[in-house]
Design a protein around this ligand. Structure first.
Ligand SMILES: Nc1ncnc2c1ncn2[C@@H]1O[C@H](COP(=O)(O)OS(=O)(=O)O)[C@@H](OP(=O)(O)O)[C@H]1O
Ligand SMILES: Nc1ncnc2c1ncn2[C@@H]1O[C@H](COP(=O)(O)OP(=O)(O)O)[C@@H](O)[C@H]1O
Length: 218
């Protein structure tokens, strides 16, 4: 095997290519602008449930939308990563890069990853681009998430069978300036999805399309 190196910065001697189809052409095709709705919150907060319901509502309404779920990414593109801070950062970097590619292709992306650290969410915002990134805090309190314990992971974390478990033995930093905060102990799934659907309609409307198409030439 040849020499393999992992590069952190912009690679030397590698040049970007581009075709004739611009983002604005793809937006015309889909009839809406693209964006990334980044759902962050504890395990059991409701991220996946909300993400898939929002996806169904958007697709049912004629939008092209897709979910990038942390659990699923960790079965494929991120299967070599664990839950140390370093691995989570790489997990989220890849998720954001994929979201960006999908946004460039015209899709609305709903990303549901715990993404516990502010610095990592800022990295995701930088990768996707400020103008088409909306951070949404699924703010369900730890006690409620732990009470649900849908996958039995909190019990395992408390008994020491899982290390670095978010909220138990690893940190979760709440967003300070989320576009929206949704506490699923107070709001139904439908109420959460309706609020997000409204936000997506606003951000991906034809007016937003004009604005965004000036900014992102690909
Ligand atoms: N140690 C530890 N901490 C947190 N979560 C854990 C851990 N081990 C496994 N799991 C399961 O992995 C899911 C979280 O993956 P993410 O990619 O969203 O995590 S992160 O954004 O990189 O922090 C998470 O999914 P959700 O419950 O849907 O959030 C868990 O099912
Ligand atoms: N308003 C709500 N929004 C989302 N999930 C809710 C809500 N109320 C109760 N739940 C329940 O909470 C659990 C959340 O699990 P999940 O969506 O897998 O969370 P996460 O992806 O954040 O780990 C599900 O069993 C879901 O039915």
């Amino acid at each position: 095997m040849g020499e393999v190196s992992i590069q952190a910065g912009v690679p030397a001697n590698v040049f970007r290519t581009g075709g004739r189809i611009r983002l604005v052409d793809r937006q015309r095709l889909f009839g809406h602008a693209s964006m990334t709705i980044w759902l962050t919150g504890l395990s059991g907060a409701g991220k996946s449930t909300i993400a898939y319901d929002l996806e169904a509502r958007l697709v049912g309404g004629g939008f092209s939308a897709v979910v990038l779920d942390g659990d699923n990414l960790r079965h494929g593109i991120n299967r070599n990563l664990g839950f140390t801070e370093e691995d989570r950062r790489e997990n989220l970097r890849r998720a954001a890069e994929v979201a960006r590619l999908m946004n460039d292709a015209g899709l609305i992306v709903i990303c549901s990853c715990i993404s516990p650290l502010r610095s990592d969410r800022e990295m995701a915002r930088d990768i996707v681009g400020e103008r088409r990134f909306a951070e949404v805090y699924i703010s369900t309190p730890l006690a409620v998430c732990e009470g649900r314990d849908c996958k039995g992971l909190y019990a395992k974390a408390r008994s020491g069978q899982i290390a670095h478990f978010t909220g138990v033995s690893a940190p979760y930093e709440a967003p300070e300036q989320a576009a929206l905060a949704l506490d699923t102990s107070a709001l139904s799934v439908d109420e959460c999805v309706s609020q997000l659907f409204g936000m997506a309609l606003h951000c991906c409307s034809p007016a937003a399309m004009e604005e965004v198409s000036h900014e992102y030439h690909i």
